[in-house]
Design a protein around this ligand. Structure first.
Ligand code: NUP
Length: 279
């Protein structure tokens, strides 16, 4: 009998066991992949397979952003379906679709992502409220990362608005805590607003945080390592997409992606040892 363990516990165990926070963003972009692959029947699929093959022993998780697959029609969907079968058992698969809809529709997303594609977690847009999130958090083994403070400039439009004494992003973080009854809720917090990041970490000292914005978006990894971990020193995934995927545009792309991933892991380890845990 397989032991049932909540998503957040599994995530933290994997972070501990691997001494790493690395999540590679699987965002294969047809305009950026190496030219020699473009003659293949499904270039996206070959690229994704090679990247997974070269890095699967290094990562805690992969995050596949649905847009990069949906935008390539049948080739994209075939790639997405295939990649779901290539993820090792000790690596988490997060599908980044930022979903959020009425309950009846949300249940269809649950079927697609958690049952058919067997993802471990997905990203959620909380704007439609609890009933739109509920279907995703019924099964403790499956997790959600709820958008709280995103890495883009438009984060300012709504997320920083005051709601009573809180900023909206802080209010969302409190809601995620309230919804975390099955120990399977986490937050998305970008690496581009460290003041907001710190406030969220104080509000939710132990919720897992998925952190985009390192690498191509210029976020500060040292600061993220310093303030992003939970009280046990785990509770955080640092997502890096383009900076690893496109480390080389030659035939050595997978090898170079591996080297870049190794560089980031080494850097994370160094920063853990040279920084103090903030919480
Ligand atoms: O706030 C967010 N910022 C962000 O970049 C929330 C996200 N989900 N993302 C996603 O993370 C983005 O869509 C992309 O899939 C990934 C960042 O990739 P990169 O900048 O490391 O290439």
């Amino acid at each position: 009998m397989t032991e049932k363990i909540s998503f957040n516990n599994r995530l933290n165990m994997l972070i501990s066991n691997k001494s790493s926070f690395l999540c590679i963003g699987l965002d294969p972009d047809i305009d950026k992949i190496p030219a020699h692959l473009k003659y293949e029947k499904n270039p996206l699929n070959i690229f994704t397979e090679k990247i997974i093959e070269a890095t699967k022993d290094l990562v805690v998780a992969y995050k596949a952003n649905m847009a990069f697959y949906e935008s390539e029609s049948i080739n994209g969907l075939e790639t997405l379906q295939n990649l779901c079968t290539l993820i090792p058992k000790d690596v988490l698969l997060i599908l980044d679709g930022k979903r959020g809809d009425i309950e009846n529709t949300a249940r269809k997303y649950v079927k697609a992502y958690f049952s058919d594609m067997n993802a471990d977690a997905i990203t959620i847009n909380p704007y439609m409220g609890y009933d739109s999130v509920k279907p995703f958090i019924q099964d403790a083994q499956k997790g959600v990362f709820i958008l709280a403070l995103t890495s883009n400039p438009g984060a300012n439009d709504f997320q920083n608005l005051q709601v009573g004494k809180d900023s909206l992003y802080q209010y969302v973080a409190r809601k995620a805590l309230e919804w975390n009854k099955n120990n399977n809720c986490g937050l998305v917090v970008g690496a581009t607003d460290m003041e907001g990041f710190e406030i969220i970490r104080h509000t939710t000292p132990d919720l897992p945080i998925l952190v985009p914005g390192i690498g191509a978006q210029g976020g500060d990894m040292e600061k993220v390592i310093q303030i992003g971990r939970d009280r046990a020193g785990t509770g955080m995934l640092i997502n890096i997409g383009r900076d690893i995927l496109y480390a080389s545009d030659g035939k050595d792309f997978a090898e170079k992606a591996r080297e870049k991933a190794q560089y980031y892991i080494k850097e994370m380890t160094r920063l853990v040892h040279t920084s103090w845990n903030y919480i």
